[in-house]
Design a binder for this molecule. Structure first.
Ligand code: BES
Ligand code: ZN
Length: 595
């Protein structure tokens, strides 16, 4: 077992193998009250204690399975690691029971008031445990290398529905009691719960959508391809091992696009574009059912093994379902994102531009960027090109089968490609620059450059618009969202206000229902201080809380002296509605104390 710098756990000695959770959700006090009973597996019989991860938990009692008190110490809190909970085990106890409650500001939890929901009738709660936030709502070994099964009893106020990424057992909704079991061993970062006014619609006998009632129709329409997606993914990399695949469309403050909680993907409502153009996000979360949830990064320094594989797999699903053209466009958009990310991180954080990162003294959340996604996916594509698609697909299928429910390190993965993909012959290792891909900052220059005729048109249109003032009509009438994104991303840093006005009037970009296009457009407007779009900037930053959109837009507003005050004004107004994860990020950009 590899050492995980982000967990206090002594998993090599004694390790939880099952968790039994009983939690009562108290919306008035914004806290969960309850207990977590951990079943232990001993590999070091003479161990005398177990160390668990906690952060901001109040522990009221620790006992063994017979209700006898056990001695314990709670360590002093570390800013992102939290407090070590050391429980002394005088005998080889089979069970440790921790009675506790959470803090109102627990970083994994967002408690929404009725006013922050669509129907405005009931409050709402959802969790976000990845990367190291599970410890803010349950005592556990919060390392991706430690897997447990679990069962849970969740008590909620009248009228509410609770859902978890798990099998649903007999619920007693009238009693506000919901029961779940997770029969597969999963790491703590994948344990997830949501509660609120929720409705469900089946898409097939194994896929469906949960959402607030007012959102359900749109959600079900957008997600209609889910079953088809599962079949497509299975044809690529083998059976879907988790039974059901449901999705919950969360309120707009969900800080991510999607989160691959097993059996139940959590998703932002910003994917509801009305034309299914953003469902590649669903393909991404589904792909994690193999890369991430079956084969899991051993530590957060190996994060690319989760996200790079998943991005590669996502584009293979898109290719199979929606065609090569769209997949190639996504590869190209991704390469542009990669180049920008490398430019942004190289001056201050070159470590974060490596695939395999040393995060020993870092919060994994600080290292988060699109780099592991795009650099990782492009590395796998280089391998695919070298050995040919059939050999690469066979290798990946075998990889998911051999290492299912196990964790993987970058070093182990390199051994596997050497032995299984190159059959021990490493003659091409240097030509492919494998060590540069893995261990060096930046990106090697042997990336596969996709063809895309579409983008020749969008780039020519961007040039013609800049040099001759010619608007990109009429060909643009048939542009797909990917082409619009490429057009907007191809505009130079500086675009004059009269040009932006022409574009907005001709194409109504400020009114786009596609959140990715709106975001790309607003980024152009902010960096050029195009003030007519500022009301839309404000509206967009206040109506959704996806960090990927908030972070660059606030950074651009703050970097521009002419919009710095506006950044503070908007943030002061929007912050109470943001998730703690998003607020923590924006706190590092917009200094409210100075404005
Ligand atoms: N697992 C990630 C989200 C995540 C990563 C949460 C690290 C916390 C820490 C999820 O699968 C993801 O990558 N989501 C993306 C969408 C995707 C299409 C790139 C997002 O949220 O934008
Ligand atoms: Zn992902």
């Amino acid at each position: 077992m590899v050492r995980d710098p982000h967990s206090y756990g002594n998993a090599h000695e004694v390790c939880p193998s099952h968790l039994a959770l009983q939690l009562t959700l108290n919306f008035t006090q914004r806290r969960m009250d309850g207990r977590c009973d951990l079943t232990l597996t001993w590999s070091q019989p003479d161990a005398t204690y177990i160390d668990l991860d906690t952060r901001d938990l109040t522990i009221t009692a620790v006992t063994d399975g017979e209700n006898r008190p056990l001695n314990y110490e709670l360590g002093s809190p570390h800013p992102f690691m939290g407090s070590r909970l050391r429980v002394h085990l005088p005998e080889r106890q089979e069970t440790v029971c921790v009675v506790y409650h959470t803090h109102p500001d627990a970083a994994a939890l967002q408690w929404l008031t009725p006013a922050q929901t669509t129907s405005q009738r009931l409050p709402f709660l959802f969790t976000q445990s990845q990367a190291i936030l599970a410890r803010t709502w349950l005592p556990c070994m919060d390392s991706p290398g430690v897997r447990t099964t679990f069962d849970a009893v969740i008590n909620v106020p009248p009228g509410m529905t609770a859902v978890m990424g798990a099998h649903h057992e007999t619920h007693e909704p009238e009693q506000g009691r919901f029961c779940f079991t997770m029969p597969y061993a999963i790491p703590a970062y994948l344990i997830a719960l949501a509660a609120g006014e929720l409705a469900f619609r089946a898409i097939s006998d194994r896929a469906g959508v949960y959402a607030e009632p007012a959102v359900l129709d749109r959600a079900a329409w957008e997600c209609a391809d889910m079953d088809h997606m599962i079949r497509t993914a299975e044809a690529l990399y083998g059976p879907y091992r988790w039974g059901r695949w449901d999705t919950i469309i969360l309120p707009p403050s969900f800080p991510f696009g999607g989160m691959e909680n097993p059996m139940l993907t959590f998703a932002t409502p910003t994917i509801l574009a009305g034309d299914r153009s953003l469902v590649s996000l669903m393909a991404h979360e589904l792909a994690h059912s193999w890369s991430g949830n079956l084969v899991t990064n051993a530590t957060w320094g190996d994060f690319w093994l989760n996200e790079g594989f998943t991005t590669y797999f996502e584009r293979r699903i898109v290719e199979a379902l929606y065609g090569n053209d769209l997949a190639e466009m996504q590869w190209l958009l991704g390469q542009r994102t990669l180049a920008h990310t490398i430019d942004r991180l190289t001056p201050t954080e070159p470590e974060y531009t490596k695939l395999c990162m040393n995060l020993d003294t870092h919060d994994p959340d600080d290292a988060f960027s699109e780099l592991p996604y795009e650099k990782g996916a492009n590395f796998l594509r280089v391998l695919e090109h070298h050995v040919g698609r059939p050999a690469f697909d066979a290798f990946l299928q075998q990889y998911f089968e051999d290492h299912a429910f196990d964790s993987m390190t970058t070093g182990r993965f390199l051994e596997l490609i050497r032995d299984r993909l190159f059959h021990g012959d490493v003659t091409d290792w240097d030509t492919l620059r494998i060590h540069d891909w893995i261990d060096r900052p930046g990106a090697p220059d042997n990336m596969i450059i996709p063809n895309s005729d579409h983008f020749e048109r969008t780039r020519a249109a961007a040039n013609a618009f800049m040099s001759e003032g010619q608007l990109p009509a009429p060909a643009s009438d048939s542009w797909t969202p990917a082409e619009w994104l490429d057009f907007l991303n191809s505009l130079p840093e500086e675009v004059a206000s009269d040009k932006l006005q022409q574009l907005d009037e001709a194409f109504d970009l400020s009114q786009s229902g596609n959140a990715e296009i709106l975001y790309a457009w607003l980024a152009v407007c902010i960096r050029n201080t195009y003030e007519p779009a500022f009301p839309m900037v404000e509206a967009f930053l206040c109506r959704q809380g996806r960090r990927k959109f908030l972070q660059p837009l606030y950074s651009a507003l703050w970097a521009n002296p002419r919009s710095r005050d506006l950044a503070a004004t908007i943030y002061r107004q929007a912050r109470p509605g943001y998730h703690p994860i998003a607020a923590a990020t924006i706190d590092g950009i917009v200094d409210l104390s100075a404005h």
